[in-house]
Design a protein around this ligand. Structure first.
Ligand SMILES: [Fe+2]
Length: 356
């Protein structure tokens, strides 16, 4: 371990993995003078243990080391969820293109050859830290979305898993109609959180048995607006807030809250409306029995052009046929992690009606 006296206690911690004592000493000295805290280790296996124990902010990794070489260290760091985003800069005497490609394939973020310029190493480290800060912000936003999804499902236990099922189905439809990247992810998030506004509704209403009064309906119909309001401060939610606000609009203009019709309804909201109805009909709700697949298809077809976008219904049903047949989507889907959010660990309640 380097001399910590030069570094502030909260300075970034850098782990140097290099079996050459001369290079190790040089790096430790250089990094400490620059204000970093440093741990130096001479072999890969010990390096992994030290990283697990001290959780450094960045790793500088030599490729040829005893016991476990740099490629394997890198692969293992990427396979571990705790270190999957840990910045790794490979530093090696082998300047071959093959080594560089193999390092990047193993999961390294950057590659520097010895002898190296101090100024270049620091610039690459700063770039790696910037990248990690951006990834952390995305992870934070993802965690907020997961927490909100859990909050809705905690309030409506009978709908457990509904958001995730919808996210998956809506993403498949979105992908089929050509959405990609951020737009596709926005639909998945919008589907996952479409009913987040129900957090703001009285519990008695959400769990009410029997038919709703007109007053009940008026209150229930506020959930899309409340949902959009809840997400307004979250900058990363801007892409899918319109989906949450408009998921109860109808193609014929008779929906709420804004009575939008046709193409004026955001595409993501038209997609989520179909996926939401499909789940309510096919999976059933405590206040309505589940229907067969055929009946579900019939009902969606009947509402095509009235409640739902008529261009989307056949594509959705075709995609659901693939789902029911256990076939993968014919197009690329968002990362699995997006659709694999943690859920509340409470038992499902069959006594709590919930209205979608
Ligand atoms: Fe809803």
């Amino acid at each position: 371990m380097g001399d910590a006296a030069l570094a502030a206690p909260h300075a970034p911690l850098v782990c140097v993995l290099d079996d050459d004592p001369q290079v190790q000493r040089l790096l430790v000295r250089m990094l400490e003078v620059e204000g970093y805290r440093v741990i130096a280790v001479a072999d890969g296996e010990l390096g992994l243990r030290v990283i697990a124990e001290h959780q450094p902010d960045l790793v500088i990794l030599d490729l040829s080391m005893p016991r476990l070489d740099g490629f394997e260290v890198c692969r293992r760091l990427r396979a571990d969820p705790h270190t999957v985003t840990l910045p790794v800069i490979v530093l090696t005497a082998h300047a071959s293109v093959d080594d560089m490609v193999a390092s990047l394939d193993a999961g390294a973020d950057d590659f520097i050859t010895k002898p190296f310029q101090q100024i270049e190493l620091f610039a690459r480290m700063r770039s790696a830290f910037r990248m990690r800060a951006a990834v952390r912000r995305m992870e934070d936003a993802h965690a907020i979305v997961a927490a909100l999804a859990n909050a809705v499902e905690a309030k409506e236990l009978s709908l457990r898993g509904h958001g995730q099922r919808m996210a998956h189905r809506a993403a498949r439809l979105a992908a089929r109609v050509g959405l990609r990247g951020a737009e596709l992810e926005g639909v998945a998030y919008g589907a996952l959180l479409h009913d987040v506004g129900k957090i703001g509704l009285p519990e008695e209403l959400l769990h009410k048995m029997g038919p709703l009064t007109e007053d009940d309906r008026t209150v229930l119909r506020r959930h899309p607006e409340i949902g959009a309001m809840i997400l307004r401060p979250l900058r990363s939610a801007q892409a899918f807030t319109p989906i949450i606000r408009h998921h109860h609009e109808r193609w014929d203009g008779a929906g709420y809250p804004d009575g939008l019709a046709g193409d004026a309804i955001p595409l993501g909201a038209r997609i989520v409306a179909i996926a939401d109805a499909y789940d309510a009909i096919f999976a059933g709700r405590p206040y309505r029995p589940a229907r067969t697949l055929e009946e579900t298809y019939d009902e969606l077809n009947r509402e095509s052009g009235c409640q739902f976008d008529p261009a989307l219904v056949p594509i959705f049903l075709d995609e659901m046929e693939r789902v029911e047949a256990g076939l993968p989507s014919s197009v690329e889907l968002p990362p699995a992690a997006l659709l694999d959010l943690d859920h509340v660990g409470q038992p499902e309640s069959s006594a709590s009606p919930a209205r979608s």
